[in-house]
Design a protein around this ligand. Sequence first.
Ligand code: ADP
Ligand code: ZN
Ligand code: ZN
Length: 725
Amino acid sequence: MSCIVEIALSCPLRQTFDYLSDDPAENWQIGMRASVSFGSRQLIGIVVAIKPIAEKAVDKLKKIDQQIDKQSFLPNEIMQLVQWVSRYYHHPVGECFQTALPKRLRLGDPDEMQTETYWILHQQPDSTSKTGKKQQQILDLLEDYPEGLSEKALRVQLGNVKSSLSALVQQNVVAARQYVALPVPCLELQQQVLLNNQQKQSIETILGSKGQFSTFLLQGITGSGKTEVYIETCREFVENQQQVLVLIPEIGLTTQFVERFRQSLNASIVVINSSVSDSDRKQAWLLARAGKADIIIGTRSAVFTPMINPGLIIIDEEHDSSYKQQDGLRYHARNVALMRAKSLNIPIVLGSATPSLETLYQVKQQRYQFLELTERAGGASLPKVALLAAQNSSENNGLSSSLINAIEKHIKQNHQVLLFINRRGFAPVLMCHQCHWQANCRSCDAKMVVHQHQNRLFCHHCGLIQILPKICPECGNTELKSYGVGTEKIEQALTAIFKDVPVLRIDRDSTQRVNSFANMVKQINQGQAAILVGTQMLAKGHDFHDVTLVGVVDADQALFSADFRATESLAQLITQVTGRAGRGKKAGEVLIQTEQPEHPFWQNLLQHGYESVADNLLSERIQMELPPHGFWAVWRAEAKEKDLAIELLQQVSGLLQQSNSSVLILGPVPALMEKRAGRYRAQLLMRSADRGALHQLIDQHIDSVTKLKLARKARWSIDIDPTEL
Ligand code: ADP
Ligand code: ZN
Ligand code: ZN
């Protein structure tokens, strides 16, 4: 008896597809993968339903080419989650499954875990035989690990063990077994730190919600011991055989964070982020699904990792913008994680030194429980923060003389200095004095950025590259001047001023090669005096113990930005950067160089801290009816032809207005940067006090939007809970 199998395929169509299977329905399960032909392509899809054969139109159905899984593949919980994501974000379900699966499995790799050779103690050596030193070390270790250790694990601990191992095998003392490959355990765990009262309190409160849905905001300044709270909370869950999912932002270096977990917990810890190979990601995913990974640490898409026995979700740096995907399926991992915790009925912890306004808003409405760490752990004190007027800074390539003096003072004490500037390249503007020509990008409404090292102009929005012109293309003037500062200019200026001090530039340009970032971090941690110049890559999460001065250059732009989130981001960034100073035993100092030392933003931030700034911003947003107030969706469109995107959105607006709905429709208007990468962009906003009404209105019309003629000429998308307006 054959059956009909309904399959979600990765294509832009908002539907699933029926295929005919020669196998009986019993051979199929929801969540399995199948390979089918679709148009001219061969695709792999996920089974979403199995149906008996109806009489009508069976002969029109194509046959399934191959059933990839013979037993259940995607657990029901993940099926439900992905389908919810598809409905909530109004995104084609097949593409949602794509996001949820690691690449190898998406492409049809068999559902099999890698195995590797583990060495186990087979029998005690007979007393007459002589055991070498290394052999004895191996035996001692294996005694502690009755389930065996891989050669890799032995090597990490003891160096090369090949010959000793084979000798032991010869004597029949050690035997080889083929087991599922687990992450290499840390064989020498670190001692637990003595937790302070606030840490203990936080952990107890979280543990009090074991087995029930509850959301916590753990707010603690950088260095207050949040990571320690995560680790000790995990310990409790791991001991009860419950799994923990830990989400971290996409930043260059997660190694430090993961290492602390590994060195503290006797647990199987897998990592799912972009630095992990496709086959290791697949393995991590399968280990998590099988319950063989206790802790899963990963970036955004790891939120979809299946777990057999989930106990807790943690989101570190919950305010970080990398949790929101800004193309394709525009989901927010924090939002998906909250939904997941709710349906699993487990607690979820959001941690940050600078919580998002979204999260603070929920705390205010008493939907989240508030946990706070107010002091730096381990006795380190918070740095002094002061403003510097940026007078005469342009004469010194962007550095004021008071900042230079401060750097000199710290360097003389053999400490390290971190200078933070949120722009890579040499200078953001290239201009001709005579005719006022400026180097603009021909594909974007943006200026080209001077990159002197490469002798090029770069557009940071579309990637356009040009040779750095020597003469003005308009008037032939030979003196082109650059204005403003970037990391390269600051690096150059400092190298000229501090001749014997190494200056390290850390930005996307200087860290392109694999490991270059890790190598620089190593160099920094070796502790010689040095000046580090970097972009926000440096601002997040790194623990440089010898940095005593943090300088912020050119932070003002955000205060005049049209982006409604700019001040929030600036306050977060400054607070995070501030956390980089004085992490070790030495006291730290932060100097912020600004053209606007009198600006109320700075006064408020310095005198009252992030919380007060966030509080003001939140009141402002509520008053102006901006997010997180209300529920929002944005239709975005872009097209090569000017006005086409706007026209499409006008038609969308027309459709939406047909319904008698309480939802407010605003626009369409051109995007903040109208032209980008050769396309003109526009947006149409929807706002409502009622989440249900908003989604209903979209549901009512999205199919008609798909059918609009213009919808085929312009690219369009819908963005739910947008973080950019
Ligand atoms: P956060 O995650 O909030 O930045 P961490 O957990 O990284 O803070 O803690 C900052 C530093 O203080 C780390 O080096 C950590 O090992 C140490 N630390 C944390 N809690 C304690 C404690 N209770 N006693 C001593 N040191 C601690
Ligand atoms: Zn000119
Ligand atoms: Zn461009």
